[in-house]
Design a protein around this ligand. Structure first.
Ligand SMILES: C[S@@+](CC[C@H](N)C(=O)[O-])C[C@H]1O[C@@H](n2cnc3c(N)ncnc32)[C@H](O)[C@@H]1O
Length: 336
């Protein structure tokens, strides 16, 4: 089976909530353009694709940008060519390959040694294919590698640590993603800091789902970022991370101010915000940087606000235990 956009593990993915959020948007907002400003997996853009004429997808991670371009860019691609390349990648025998960047750093840690060799070799091959691929085909191959990596990684779902104390088994299989047909819709993909992006954006409905705790996405998904950028930097520490990049202000103590600046800047008809009540959590890294009351006050100043809620069991790495986990959606009709 080919991968759909939601077939990956991603902290805070709204996949299981996307029908609920979409129906709230449909019942409470009017418009033809939608912006997914902290898009993560891109599942909310996918859910709104058939309902809007124009979709803006933004996130500041390199790996997410490549994934959105692979699924949504409206450029032709040769599926037979990609199928042949996929077969070639799956015929690779690890024992015929030399040590490479991925096996050196990640072997027997985030992946088995053989899988890491294959992953490093395939990533290099995608670049060596050069003009054989157009941009869309190249993005499809890199996104497919990222989705395939997620299935063979020795982790609980993110890369803040790998699982220690067990033999890491070979399980890497290269599978292709399934790009979506865009037809007459306009999809605009960007990799910008949300607050900078908001200064230029004009859109009917803006969906906002930032991180609310201290866990930085660029540090959680550093392996995917590194394999996408492929600059092969030195890596540091137990979790083999590169030097920090794309550190989010939403994960720091001035998050309420940054959030307020974003809301004040937005030029749109409706603002839709996702929020959950993890701020009561025992673990300090899971505790929210913006409280429910702060969020309410900031949003109320922008127009007429409605709040919706739903109980939801979240994916987490095990440290946090919520019995009364609630997911909230705020919808603000701007300026009324
Ligand atoms: C909670 S996740 C979004 C999940 C997404 N709604 C989904 O369903 O997959 C937050 C996202 O915001 C991105 N992010 C964090 N700070 C950002 C910033 N300042 N500008 C743009 N994106 C940012 C992260 O990379 C992450 O993907």
């Amino acid at each position: 089976m080919n991968y759909n956009i939601w077939n990956r593990r991603y902290t805070g993915s709204k996949y299981k909530l996307s029908e609920w959020i979409t129906s709230l948007i449909e019942n409470n907002c009017v418009g033809t353009s939608f912006c997914d400003m902290f898009a993560g997996t891109g599942i909310m853009s996918y859910a709104m694709l058939n309902k809007m004429k124009k979709i803006y997808i933004n996130d500041f991670l390199y790996s997410n940008e490549v994934i959105y371009k692979a699924f949504f860019d409206n450029e032709p691609y040769d599926i037979d060519k990609l199928g042949k390349i996929k077969s070639r990648f799956n015929d690779i025998k690890a024992d015929t390959l030399r040590e490479n960047y991925c096996s050196k750093w990640y072997g027997n840690k985030f992946f088995s040694y053989n899988d890491a060799k294959k992953i490093g070799y395939i990533r290099e091959q995608i670049d060596l294919l050069g003009d054989v691929l157009n941009k869309k085909e190249r993005n499809i191959l890199i996104a497919s590698l990222l989705y395939s990596i997620d299935k063979s990684a020795n982790t609980v779902g993110h890369y803040d640590a790998y699982i220690k104390g067990k033999i890491v088994e070979d399980k890497f299989i290269f599978k292709l993603i399934r790009p979506y047909s865009i037809e007459d819709r306009d999809v605009i993909i960007t990799r910008k800091d949300a607050n900078e992006y908001a200064k230029k954006l004009k859109c009917d409905i803006v969906y906002i789902d930032p991180p609310y705790n201290s866990r930085q996405y660029s540090r959680f998904y550093h392996v995917l970022e590194n394999i996408t950028s492929w600059n092969k930097p030195n890596l540091y520490g137990e979790a083999l991370k590169p030097k920090p990049e794309n550190m989010s202000e939403y994960c720091r103590s001035n998050a309420p101010l940054v959030f307020k600046n974003l809301i004040d800047t937005l030029d749109c008809r409706y603002i839709v915000v996702s929020y959950n009540n993890t701020y009561k959590s025992k673990s300090s890294s899971s505790r929210n940087k913006i409280t429910f009351e702060e969020l309410e006050n900031i949003l109320r100043n922008k127009g007429t606000m409605k709040v919706f809620s739903k109980s939801h069991q979240y994916f987490n790495a095990g440290k946090t235990d919520f019995n009364d986990h609630k997911e909230f959606v705020f919808i603000v009709k701007v300026g009324v």
